[in-house]
Design a protein around this ligand. Structure first.
Ligand code: TYM
Length: 333
């Protein structure tokens, strides 16, 4: 039976990239009736320094964002990673299965570590192994993520295959990444060659889920573009990364495609398209951010929901870890 797992790091506030690349798709999958497990991956966040108070606040914000967007804690399991110790326990097993050479090939590590690879945390290096544990602890078959996570999900398959092979079992499934739709790769508003991220240096490069209407309008108005108008066909977006990004964002927010957006705005100038995009974004995001603020005013209620999710997650996770220990030959007395 299909089972979905996905997660978001509370390493800052939620962005439009997290929403369009992940959460929006999760809500659709929940509506399709697939059993779904969604996690605020706090242990992933601390692979780079997080101020403790900020981490706590971001954990509540990310959980609130998932709830406000339509993740229903009665139908889906919603929890934070550190409350289910089986994640780190399985990650250790996977640290002993995965090869150093595999980690060395992770492009996200190389980007984040840069020239400073000797100085980053050991956790940042081992991160994909913990991510594989998150997914395989639930025998998840599908992982809806943005494009930037594709390589990590492929590594998860490599770990599952090597574990199954080494121990001669058919235990862990071959998980499929689900990466689809125009929102799978939302780019930075100031530089169309970089992804929109929580931690980019300028706030003008991203739309935060908690931005108010004026801020959203201002950021789209100031978004970098080339001077040409919107093309007459989607092929005309080739080699125009900033133009493509704004069209993709519009397509994703409206539930359309590049084709449908171009059909409506072919030949339009940015002076026409950007305000239309800002209005659409405010229209879609304001109800979510209003609900987020309402939820975040009562963190104790969020904690209560996370505790319910934790207990349901552990019901699935504990027997899988126990079976893994048995397969490996660890004595259980
Ligand atoms: P994170 O916290 O960076 O991002 C959370 C989700 O949002 C997607 N995303 C984007 N999608 C499109 N355009 C963007 N600009 C953009 N920025 C972020 C990400 O692809 C992701 O789906 N390693 C993961 C968290 C994680 C996880 C997991 C995910 C830990 N364990 C297990 C799935 C399954 C991460 O850092 O995501």
């Amino acid at each position: 039976t299909p089972r979905i797992f996905s997660g978001i790091k509370p390493s800052g506030g939620l962005t439009l990239g997290n929403y369009l690349g992940a959460i929006k798709r999760w809500v659709e999958m929940q509506e399709e009736g697939t059993q779904s497990i969604y996690c605020v991956v706090d242990l992933h966040a601390i692979t780079v320094w997080q101020d403790p108070a900020d981490l706590r606040a971001a954990t509540h914000e990310v959980a609130a964002g998932m709830l406000a967007s339509g993740i229903d804690p009665a139908r889906s399991i919603l929890f934070n990673q550190s409350q289910v110790p089986e994640h780190t326990q399985l990650a250790w097993i996977f640290n002993c299965v995965a090869r150093v050479g595999w980690m060395n090939r992770m492009t996200q590590f190389k980007e984040k570590a840069g020239a400073n690879a000797e100085k980053v945390s050991l956790g940042l290096y081992a991160y994909p192994s913990l991510m594989a544990a998150d997914i395989l602890l639930y025998h998840a078959t599908h992982v809806p993520v943005g494009e930037d996570q594709k390589q990590h999900v492929e590594l998860t398959r490599d770990i599952a295959a090597k574990f199954n092979h080494d121990y001669g079992v058919e235990f862990f499934p071959m998980t499929e990444p689900v990466i689809e739709g125009p929102g799978m790769r939302v780019m930075n508003l100031r530089d169309g060659s970089k992804k929109m991220s929580k931690s980019g240096e300028s706030d003008m490069e991203r739309i935060n889920m908690l931005d108010d209407a004026d801020t959203i309008s201002k950021k789209f108005k100031k978004a970098r573009t080339d001077p040409a108008p919107l093309p007459e066909s989607p092929e005309g977006l080739k080699d125009r990364p900033e133009a493509k990004n704004l069209v993709d964002i519009y397509a994703s927010l409206s539930g359309g495609t590049q084709e449908s957006v171009i059909a409506e705005y072919a030949g339009a100038g940015w002076g026409q398209f950007k305000p239309a995009l800002a209005d659409l974004a405010v229209d879609k995001l304001a109800p979510i951010s209003d609900e987020m603020r309402r939820l975040m005013a009562d963190p104790a209620e969020i904690d209560r929901l996370l505790a319910v999710g934790r207990d349901r997650a552990r019901e699935i996770a504990a027997p899988v870890l126990e079976r893994t220990y048995e397969i490996v030959g660890l004595v259980r007395s």
